[in-house]
Design a protein around this ligand. Structure first.
Ligand code: ZN
Length: 183
């Protein structure tokens, strides 16, 4: 069994006026990411939207010192970007669609993702979204440590930092044994 983990493709991370935008790099993966998510959804595979959720008043959160406020609860910035939001809105009530509010980079950190995957006998996880070298990377490292087989969809991940993006793709393949799917 397999799952797609769709990470942080929100207005704040993708839209031109987003608080921490990946800009054109993020916008350029929209069609591939939506096609991939649609394919997993239609096949009945488990699709997880793992989305940053922050609170400006959370003074203990380290990201509040590292970044400007982003993906704040209840804001437009935290809504999924473009046609991914349309797809999610249409399919969110299906049994195989699951939304996770995450507080840290990794979709596994402080969430019930691992148990949700294990109770479905899922050992293979596919990662897509942004940023390749931050939230996708940290999710992949946790997945590796938990023993999952990892697939990275190269045309459906992006970063504001092209050097970090390329470095992360190499790290996924060479250090985490991930398969990079490039189609
Ligand atoms: Zn964040």
């Amino acid at each position: 069994m397999k799952a797609l983990i769709s990470i942080d493709y929100t207005n704040d991370f993708v839209a031109a006026d987003g608080a921490l935008t990946t800009g054109k790099a993020g916008q350029n993966i929209e069609a591939a990411l939506v096609e991939l998510t649609d394919k997993f959804t239609a096949a009945g595979d488990f699709v997880v939207y793992a989305i940053d959720r922050h609170d400006k008043a959370d003074v203990h959160h380290p990201e509040n010192k590292l970044f400007p406020p982003h993906n704040l609860a209840g804001t437009k910035g935290r809504k999924l970007y473009g046609s991914l939001n349309d797809l999610y809105t249409k399919t969110k009530d299906l049994e195989n669609i699951y939304w996770i509010d995450k507080r840290h980079y990794s979709a596994f950190c402080g969430t019930d993702l691992d148990i949700r995957l294990r109770e479905r006998d899922i050992s293979e996880i596919h990662l897509a979204g942004v940023c390749t070298d931050i939230c996708v990377l940290h999710t992949a490292v946790d997945a590796y440590n938990l023993g999952y087989k990892i697939f990275i969809h190269a045309d459906a991940v992006a970063s504001f930092d092209p050097v970090g993006h390329e470095w992360a793709l190499g790290h996924f393949a060479n250090m985490l044994g991930a398969r990079i799917i490039d189609e």
